[in-house]
Design a protein around this ligand. Structure first.
Ligand SMILES: [Zn+2]
Length: 91
């Protein structure tokens, strides 16, 4: 194996592990990371937690919103970093 393949392999591995942690397929992300070193790993990092996204409660109205939301979708309050993180909703 040439050095490029070794590097691509490790990027594939990192993308696969990150994808797996986020509830996606290790194999698919491994292939993406292997085909696109650096970019594939970045894509895995930026990939949204679809079903298992952490949630939090709005301090103003008690509405439960996704962790990635900046504004409450019920009362419109700007959400700061939460002191309490809710477990992901069961699929
Ligand atoms: Zn609210």
């Amino acid at each position: 194996m040439g050095p490029y393949l070794v590097i691509a392999f490790f990027f594939g591995l990192s993308a696969g592990v990150i994808g797996r942690i986020k509830g996606s397929s290790f194999f698919i992300w491994f292939l993406i990371g292997f085909a696109l070193p650096v970019l594939g790993t970045l894509a895995a990092l930026l990939y949204r937690w679809e079903r298992r996204e952490l949630r939090r409660r709005c301090e103003e109205c008690g509405n439960v919103v996704a962790m990635s939301d900046q504004v409450c979708n019920r009362c419109g309050r700007d959400l700061e970093f939460p002191n309490e993180v809710l477990a992901p909703r069961r699929a």
